[in-house]
Ligand binder design. Structure first.
Ligand code: OXD
Length: 314
């Protein structure tokens, strides 16, 4: 194929607006960039920057060599049976992306550590109800997943003085974080954590990990923060776990169906805090820069940064 036949396909999230499209155009000057759904001749497309696959997106892309996701999670590619496996897949690997995620996690951990839900409710009732304060070292936070996102969140929690447990598939050493592995490790984390933060990648093994089976082993009244993926949580198990007192509250940024449908039971439950999948994203400039670098590396046959291992699933 001649270099002139090489075209780039982009399908971006509305949240980025024009900013990302402009940044991609500026980062790849002179390239034939096509914007979904206007793919032109699909066989011209060799590189793609994609938010989420859409039905028909991959059809006819017989020369596709590289796909770059705009997010850190790549489950929607890896678990998509129609993904063209001959193409390499890279994900975002940006320190700023992980830092924004850590900010989100710290915000809600501190919110619960400082009993903020209690004080907001007390204010609504016009009632002065002080509670005893605790040092951060008296609160144990368990982080599921110590990858790019979970690792930084755990480091920052530990730096604030929280006792921090991290659960991973493969053992690792992390200053300030007690690293746990395997089923025993998960059960220890469940027994000891006051606040449970999920930052695992979504794979067939982790789907549904946040279920009644885990919740019933938690310290009574533990707080759940799910910033992984919606399908990590068995949604039907959440309200019963709150009713049982296994969980005291939940913070959810991701859902089985997004946007969370109007009338869903979670919306009206005061024990559940909801944000619309905004825990983190990379900046437009970073996504465009990473993509342009990946295109250049792929063409030059250089190692790709953020290359996804399909066997591992992330
Ligand atoms: C991501 C996301 O994967 O925003 O980064 O969901």
């Amino acid at each position: 194929m001649l270099a002139t036949d090489m075209a780039i396909l982009c399908f971006l999230h509305d949240l980025f607006g024009r900013e990302l499209a402009d940044a991609v155009t500026a980062a790849l000057p002179g390239e034939d960039i096509r914007w979904w759904p206007d793919r032109g001749r699909p066989e011209d497309i060799t590189h793609a920057l994609i938010w989420r696959p859409r039905p028909g997106l991959w059809d006819g892309l017989s020369h596709l060599r590289l796909v770059c996701g705009t997010g850190a999670g790549v489950d929607h590619f890896v678990l998509d049976p129609s993904f063209p496996r001959a193409a390499k897949l890279v994900r975002q690997i940006d320190a700023g992306f992980a830092a924004r995620m850590a900010d989100y996690v710290l915000t809600w951990v501190l919110f619960h550590h400082r009993d903020s839900a209690h004080y907001l409710a007390a204010q609504s009732a016009g009632s002065w109800q002080p509670r005893a304060m605790r040092d951060t070292s008296a609160t144990t936070v368990g982080v599921l997943g110590l990858g790019q996102m979970g690792g930084l969140a755990a480091d920052r929690l530990a730096a604030l003085g929280f006792r921090t447990l991290g659960w991973v598939q493969r053992p690792q050493t992390r200053a300030g974080v007690e690293v746990l592995v395997g089923l025993d490790g998960l059960q220890q984390l469940a027994r000891e954590a006051d606040i449970l933060v999920n930052l695992l990648p979504l794979t067939p093994e982790t789907r549904g990990i946040l279920s009644a089976d885990l919740f019933c082993r938690l310290k009574p009244g533990a707080i759940l923060i799910n910033v992984g993926r919606g399908p990590h949580l068995v949604e039907a198990d959440l309200i019963p776990a709150l009713d049982q007192g296994w969980l005291g509250a939940a913070v959810l940024d991701v859902f089985e169906t997004e946007p969370l449908p109007a009338g869903h039971r979670f919306w009206a439950d005061p024990r559940i805090s909801i944000t619309p999948h905004v825990s983190s994203s990379a900046s437009a400039a970073t996504v465009a820069g990473h993509f342009a670098d990946a295109v250049r590396r792929e063409r030059a046959g250089e190692p790709l940064l953020g290359l996804v291992d399909f066997a591992r699933g992330y």
